[in-house]
Design a protein around this ligand. Structure first.
Ligand code: AMP
Ligand code: MG
Length: 501
């Protein structure tokens, strides 16, 4: 790189137009503090699309100035770092005060994002202790940071509402988990990181003034249209419930499991946030639990929609002093179930390439899930291959049929499915194009992340970049990356993901 080009890039991060809108709330909402530096940070991975969103070249993130800034070793001009306070229900139990124990908000910058305010917040996760660290060390390890980085960007590419990840930096500083690992910092981006638990915090502390301030902040900044509603707080609850229901339907439709749907991990904007022990469904099992620490299966795949609703009730409880009547709060959350059902059905229609909605479609979906369950068929491969099915040539179904142990059961379902397609005069080409645009070929399988992590732990970051580039185009055929779409290898079956991060 020549000197002027480098100077231009160097200026980019330093000239990010920081504002600090959250910091304009009164001081009881957060603690101002500086990130704690790490020794000799280096870049592990950077996302070009995320960088573009805030007007940076991904290349600029490789310069030492940026690495210092995004590992918390230097403070960017205009940023007023802080850690926010919140509380929450963890695994269904009131956990009291939590807060940003290792995340530090830098402030918000202009972003090419249409919703909601054209601004996005930057947050460093793993940037050192805060007053909310409790027993924690304020750090995050390389392993979980790479997982969060890759999955945030993968979900965005899948079109699912999510926080973004600008980059990951690392340091050889040792961090104690089950074994000694090394530290990393993810720079996350979202219009806001306010959680359901941010509201619960003020409700359970009986601080109605703060509760109202927070609700007003969220409405004014992110849901300004609700201001005109005769009951803005009820409208807020309803809108958040609606967004959460849609998000759950999107998770289910792509086989994403969050793993820790505690109310402190639920975004008030209906985004997927706080990636921990998440997973994408592989061999289908509706009861699958992706989080090894979740012994009861509270957050299993099949529970997610109900837990999403449970969390909306927890939010309703917290907002009750503002909403007023229990009936109104109840009515606001009532939007959840029909929204979820409608969205899920709509997504299923798209996944199966069905244009029309017919009365028996629900039964077709049910029999499909039963078939998937009995055969533990790979979720992603099944839907992708289903797009290649043709109306009149069952012989060509081999790769799809091969996914099943019980072939006759598949054949019987395929007859139903073909009949259904004929009912709307479905055309093979058109249907395949439509289905391939909604059924991803590439998702972040656990083992793919693990391969990238293993290499990164040996200072080879090339696989993080390569995998990211594959996941940025999840719906495209990428002949050179065919192996990223294959069934996981045998060794992957012993991989366990826990809350440890
Ligand atoms: P999580 O389960 O990752 O959403 O975290 C739950 C709470 O624990 C949040 O308040 C986090 O900030 C906090 N936390 C998790 N890990 C750490 C850590 N290593 N140091 C400090 N706080 C942490
Ligand atoms: Mg969390």
């Amino acid at each position: 790189m020549n000197a002027p080009a480098e100077r231009r890039l160097r200026q980019q991060a330093n000239q990010l137009p920081f504002a600090n809108s959250f910091a304009a709330l009164p001081p009881q909402f957060y603690t101002r503090l500086q990130p704690t530096p790490v020794p000799a940070p280096y870049l592990v991975g950077a996302s070009s699309p995320a960088a573009e969103l805030i007007g940076l070249d991904a290349e600029a993130l490789g310069l030492q100035d940026a690495v210092d800034a995004f590992s918390g070793n230097a403070v960017l001009p205009g940023s007023e770092p802080l850690a926010a306070v919140y509380s929450g229900h963890q695994f269904g139990v009131w956990a009291g005060q939590l807060g940003d124990g290792r995340a530090i908000l830098l402030g918000d910058v202009a972003a090419d994002d249409p919703w909601p305010a054209g601004r996005i917040e930057l947050q460093l996760k793993g940037a050192g202790m805060t007053p909310y660290s409790r027993m924690g060390d304020g750090r995050a390890v390389l392993r979980s940071s790479i997982r969060e980085f890759l999955c945030s960007e993968a979900m965005a590419a899948l079109g699912i509402p999510t926080s973004r990840a600008l980059c990951v930096t690392g340091s050889d500083m040792p961090v104690m988990r089950e074994t000694v690992e090394t530290a990393a910092i993810v720079t996350r981006m979202a219009p806001s990181f306010i959680r359901f638990g941010s509201f619960e915090h003020w409700f359970y502390n009986e601080r109605q003034e703060e509760l109202k301030m927070l609700a007003d902040y969220v409405i004014d900044r992110f849901y300004p249209a609700l201001r005109d509603d005769p009951q803005p707080y009820r409208a807020l609850l309803s809108e958040v419930s609606r967004r959460t229901a849609e998000l759950m339907a999107q998770w289910q439709a792509v086989g994403f499991m969050h793993g820790v749907m505690n109310t402190d991990n639920m975004s008030i904007l209906g985004l997927t946030i706080d990636y921990g022990p998440f997973g994408f469904m592989e061999a289908f099992d509706a009861r699958h639990i992706c989080n090894h620490s979740d012994h009861q299966g509270r957050y299993s795949y099949q529970m997610q929609p109900r837990i999403g609703q449970w969390n909306c009730f927890a939010l309703a409880q917290a907002l009750l002093p503002l909403v007023g009547e229990v009936e109104d709060a109840q009515a606001a959350v009532d939007i959840y179930k029909p929204t979820y059902d409608t969205k899920f059905e709509q997504l299923m229609h798209a996944k199966l390439g069905l244009r029309d909605t017919l009365p028996d479609d629900g039964k077709l979906f049910e029999s499909m899930f039963a078939l998937m369950q009995n055969n533990h068929v790979d979720f992603t491969l099944f839907f992708r291959q289903l797009g290649n099915l043709t109306l009149d040539n069952p012989q060509a179904d081999e790769p799809l049929r091969d996914l099943f142990i019980d072939r006759p059961a598949f054949d019987a379902w395929a007859v139903q499915y073909r009949n259904r397609l004929r009912q709307e005069n479905s055309r093979d080409e058109e249907r395949r194009t439509g289905m391939h645009a909604v059924n991803p070929k590439y998702v972040l399988r656990n083992y793919l992340a693990q391969v990238a992590i293993d290499k990164a732990q040996n200072k080879d970051f090339s696989e993080v970049a390569r995998l990211l580039s594959v996941l940025e185009k999840p719906f495209d055929e990428q002949p050179e990356n065919e192996h990223y779409a294959e069934l996981p290898p045998d060794w992957a079956s012993t991989l366990e993901v826990s809350c440890s991060s």
